[in-house]
Design a protein around this ligand. Structure first.
Ligand code: GTP
Ligand code: MG
Length: 191
């Protein structure tokens, strides 16, 4: 088990409010309810990030300081139908600016729900992330809900969808994939 300490630092609505200490950042992205906050809690071994059964709760970018050395960045989810247009546009501006220009950002972790096919918005997010050319890891979430056959099918679906080979099966409930994802994160951090 990797020993970690995490603490919530701040939530920001504008990039100008983000930490200025230049510590490396690992961003967790994906549609609302995909399991970003749960995954962060699983990685940290504590319930720091707020989890809710109501999608679209996290509208701000949340920074968690890990081991005093780097940040986990819990990004606001996309694809929540009930979000007003103005909020959607604000999300777009904030995330585009963050992903495009954030120098300390070292790794993007894109979460996809193992139970459903990637959505058109996942497709756009993937294209965005590939265009920014930062290291990228894909994570299939909630795999505890699938049988092994269903999980194989989810992998096949994803292989048809993207050539990206860095893919980790995760369960935030059973902590499956934790060690593997930590390895990717540690590899992405400057030594
Ligand atoms: N069975 C199972 N449920 C999960 C897992 N991860 C998350 N969930 C559930 O999925 C729901 C959404 O989880 P969150 O972690 O809040 O999702 P999120 O991506 O942070 O959502 P937003 O903040 O709204 O964007 C909650 O009810 C979680 O308990 C998992 O690995 N397995
Ligand atoms: Mg969340």
């Amino acid at each position: 088990m990797i020993k970690v300490t995490g603490r919530f630092l701040k939530s920001v609505a504008r990039l100008s409010e983000a930490p200025r200490d230049k510590l490396p950042e690992i961003a967790f992205l994906g549609r609302s309810n995909v399991g970003k906050s749960s995954l962060i809690n699983s990685l940290l071994g504590v319930r720091l990030a707020r989890i809710s059964s109501t999608p679209g709760r996290t509208q701000l970018i949340n920074f968690y300081l890990v081991n005093q050395k780097f940040y986990f960045v819990d990004c606001p989810g996309y694809g929540f139908a009930k979000v007003p247009e103005e909020v959607r546009q604000r999300w777009h501006r904030l995330m585009e600016e963050y992903l495009e220009s954030r120098e300390p950002l070292k790794l993007n972790v894109l979460l996809l729900d193992s139970r459903v096919a990637p959505t058109p918005l996942d497709e756009i997010m993937l294209e965005w992330l590939m265009a920014y050319r930062k290291p990228l890891t894909l994570v299939l979430t909630k795999t505890d809900k699938l049988s092994s056959n269903e999980l194989c099918e989810a992998h096949r679906r994803l292989q048809r969808w993207t050539q990206i080979s860095s893919l980790i099966d995760y369960s935030a409930i059973k902590h499956i994939g934790r060690r593997e994802l930590w390895r990717e994160i540690m590899d992405a951090l400057p030594s």
